[in-house]
Design a protein around this ligand. Structure first.
Ligand code: AMP
Length: 174
């Protein structure tokens, strides 16, 4: 409920990046240190109690909050990226989009076996991206302990795509 008042700092852009999508632009929150702090504080507290070994961020907008949290909590940051961006040997996972397919990659040997990992992204929509990221963490040998998002579009049911035994936290719900 307290987070509700941050909604006025989230801009809605109709038909971006394509027709039919109402894009939630949270850049105004990042731009305001007090607002950003207010938004991140509960996540920071929660994550610190879970004591992850790493926070994994999903390219590209997920990097902003994931790396800020990792730096602040003094835990490692691991980038999960779109295809052909990471150098060297990678582990990848393909996943279905509404139209076509996409792929996420992580660096081979970036995860020490059974290390505890939380996946962070800016927004949970249908859950396809986060679900694939979670599978990728497991494929790479990590112990996936949860997901955290700044924003959740609850009507799209993304949560149902994620392992219900894990923590799934979102701060601002639409
Ligand atoms: P999904 O796989 O459908 O859960 O989509 C999640 C990913 O797409 C996240 O990385 C978001 O950054 C982005 N995304 C999807 N829908 C929106 C939206 N309405 N506004 C902003 N970003 C979105």
């Amino acid at each position: 409920p307290r987070m509700e008042n941050l909604k006025k700092y989230i801009n809605e852009i109709i038909d971006f990046p394509k027709e039919g999508i109402v894009f939630k632009d949270i850049n105004p929150i990042y731009k305001d240190p007090m607002k950003w702090n207010e938004l991140m504080l509960p996540l920071k507290k929660l994550i610190s109690t879970l004591k992850p070994d790493y926070i994994a961020g999903i390219e590209a907008r997920g990097f902003i909050s994931a790396s800020a949290l990792a730096f602040n909590l003094e835990v490692g940051f691991i980038p999960i990226r779109k295809p052909n961006k990471l150098p060297g040997k990678v582990i990848g996972i393909n996943y279905q989009l509404e139209y076509g397919e996409d792929r996420l990659e992580i660096q081979h040997n970036s995860i020490k076996k059974d290390s505890k990992i939380i996946v962070v992204d800016d927004l949970l929509a249908t859950g396809g991206t986060a679900s694939a990221a979670g599978k990728l963490i497991r494929k790479a040998g990590g112990d996936l302990i949860g997901f955290a998002f700044l924003v959740e579009l609850t009507e799209l049911g993304g949560r149902q795509q994620l392992d219900s035994n894990l923590l799934v936290e979102s701060l601002i719900k639409y």
